[in-house]
Ligand binder design. Structure first.
Ligand SMILES: *Cc1c(COP(=O)(O)O)cnc(C)c1O
Length: 369
């Protein structure tokens, strides 16, 4: 079985000393030594000033919206994992979907501007597949209209533009360290923020709203990362560069082999961007001999678990379908992308032969007339 992804797990014996340390400390959660160390080391690694760890990315998203006291309508993308919009509903906010750019698959800034109403308070874009959003345009729109920007950066661990972290943009950026992501702590996440005061508010919100032993100033949640997860994160960090390098090699092999294949395209990447190779989406166009779904089943027959991320669109789930902005006519580019996309297997444990098998499956299917 070839999976689309596989969690990065360093050798178990490397993890044992961390566990011994936890057993010795008897400090298992609530801002323990590994929690503290991981926040410090992640700030260094990512090139950001302030970061608060969470038990998962979804709780981090929920808390990010609470941190900035977002209300009313939030403009977001339908082309993402459902957690992006679910976080809005849990905060009693109204998602307003706008279409994506056909090249980057990120929110189209012109569509954002057109969707603003007096009730709009924020924009929630996603750096989809780790491709940076049009940060400058989004910043300008937010500034002009007095809106907050929270980036769902779940795909964007370590991504840089012109050598600078893309997590430095917007008011907040939210990361996920779920097992399927480039950097994982089994379950985990983080909010990146711009100043110490905001970090203090986030730290309080993720700890039930406590600001000291006897004072609660907001209806906080329990979003704390445990020492087990934080310690694993410290170990992960030692292996992350090597893991991303493995991913890079697989991605360049896919590009080389699929380049020019009729009916198959992949994302163009900008020269200035340092990628993390979290995903390798390909687009199966109408001139390919098989439909996307036929090719998907062809892969399945060979025990290769490619994924149709992001199909269906968030706006197509029954809970979102009724929103005016979910109308298919409002989202033609996102709809087309979700009908054409297949994410190919990419992870550090994927062997050369596995990659060859994936490529062969596409090429063989491409020859049938
Ligand atoms: C994975 C993911 C999330 C959710 O993160 P969890 O850590 O699994 O809660 C949110 N948004 C996007 C775009 C994701 O890919």
């Amino acid at each position: 079985m070839i999976n689309v992804t596989q969690p990065l797990l360093p050798p178990l014996e490397e993890y044992l000393p961390y566990l011994e340390e936890i057993w010795k400390n008897r400090w298992v959660t609530n801002n323990g030594p590994f929690h503290h160390a991981l926040e410090t080391e992640l700030c260094k690694y990512l090139g950001v000033r302030h970061l608060s760890l969470f038990s998962n990315g979804t709780t981090a998203l929920l808390t990010a919206l609470q941190t900035l006291r977002i209300s009313g309508e939030v403009i977001t993308t339908p082309y993402s994992f459902v957690a992006t919009s679910n976080a809005l509903i849990w905060n009693k906010l109204k998602p307003v979907f706008v279409d994506i750019d056909p090249v980057t698959l990120n929110m189209d800034p012109e569509r954002i501007e057109a969707a603003i109403t007096p009730n709009t308070s924020a924009i929630l874009p996603v750096h989809c597949y780790g491709t940076p959003c049009n940060i400058r345009e989004i910043h300008n729109i937010a500034n002009t209209h007095g809106l907050k920007v929270i980036y769902d950066a779940a795909h964007a661990f370590g991504v840089q533009d012109h050598g600078k972290s893309i997590l430095l943009h917007g008011d907040l950026s939210v990361l996920s360290f779920h097992a399927t992501k480039v950097f994982n702590t089994f379950e985990g996440g983080a909010i990146v923020c711009r100043d110490a005061t905001t970090k203090k508010r986030i730290d309080s919100l993720k700890n039930f709203g406590f600001v000291n032993e006897v004072t609660v100033t907001a209806p906080g949640i329990n979003g704390k990362m445990s020492e087990i997860n934080a310690a694993f994160g410290m170990l992960q960090l030692k292996h992350i560069d090597e893991a991303i390098e493995c991913r890079r090699r697989i991605a360049s092999r896919y590009k080389e082999e699929l380049n020019g294949l009729p009916g198959v395209s992949y994302l163009p990447r900008s020269e200035s961007v340092t990628e993390n190779h979290a995903y390798f989406p390909v687009f199966i166009k109408p001139n390919f001999p098989l439909t996307r779904d036929q090719l998907y089943h062809r892969f399945r027959e060979r025990d290769i678990l490619v994924r149709r991320y992001f199909y269906p669109l968030i706006s197509e789930f029954s809970i979102y379908k009724g929103l005016p902005s979910s109308a298919r006519a409002n989202l033609p580019i996102a709809t087309r992308a979700s009908r054409e996309v297949l994410c190919l297997p990419i992870h550090p444990a994927l062997g050369e032969e596995d990659v060859s098998l994936v490529i062969d499956t596409i090429k063989t299917a491409g020859e049938i007339r």
